[in-house]
Design a binder for this molecule. Structure first.
Ligand code: COA
Length: 145
């Protein structure tokens, strides 16, 4: 399995299209788009880092330059990997690349809110330097996962 991970507006446009189109619910791109940009996220996020398996988006991390509320510090508001592609390092890679992308854009310090235990374990395993300008808000205890 080969993954290419990239950032850019081109893919987020595709994702936006799927959110508003009547695409099949289980289509991997639909699931990724809804999770990554669902709710109000398409309003607060201006960039999405995606993991591609061939042409298929199998994971995503979203960047909100002013946080999820639109009036806060920069934030990575969602990291999601398709269930079929988990535990292969994709989520870690997406999260680290989203942080690096924020740094490259001057979006530091930034915030990441952990809402699941899976994500908390992932973050705990990262070297301290990877998180040097990231404020981690841990809400994972509220999630059953
Ligand atoms: C959380 C999520 C993004 C992780 O993606 P992933 O590609 O499976 O993660 P990785 O393979 O990079 O895992 C990195 C490390 O995190 C930990 N981890 C990830 N998923 C785990 C799980 N289900 N149980 C225990 N540890 C887990 C492990 O330590 C793992 O390292 P290892 O496989 O060498 O043991 C993915 O499970 C997901 O999309 N979950 C649903 C959405 C979600 O919870 N998003 C986070 C919101 S804050």
């Amino acid at each position: 399995m080969r993954y290419e991970i990239r950032s850019g507006g081109e893919v987020s446009k595709v994702a936006d299209g799927l959110i508003f189109a009547a695409a099949k619910a289980q289509d991997p791109l639909t699931v990724t788009a809804v999770v990554a940009l669902g709710g109000d996220r398409h309003l607060c996020c201006d960039e999405i880092i995606v993991a591609l398996d061939g042409a298929e988006i199998v994971g995503a991390a979203t960047i909100a330059p002013k946080g999820e509320s639109g009036a806060d510090m920069p934030e990575i508001v969602g990291v999601f990997v398709m269930a079929t592609h988990r535990r292969r390092g994709v989520g870690r890679e997406l999260f680290v690349r989203a942080i690096e992308r924020c740094r490259a854009r001057g979006l530091v310090p930034l915030k990441a809110t952990l809402i699941t235990r899976m994500m908390r374990v992932l973050v705990k395993k990262l070297p301290a330097d990877a998180l040097r300008d990231v404020q981690i808000v841990d809400h994972s205890h509220m999630s059953p996962w």
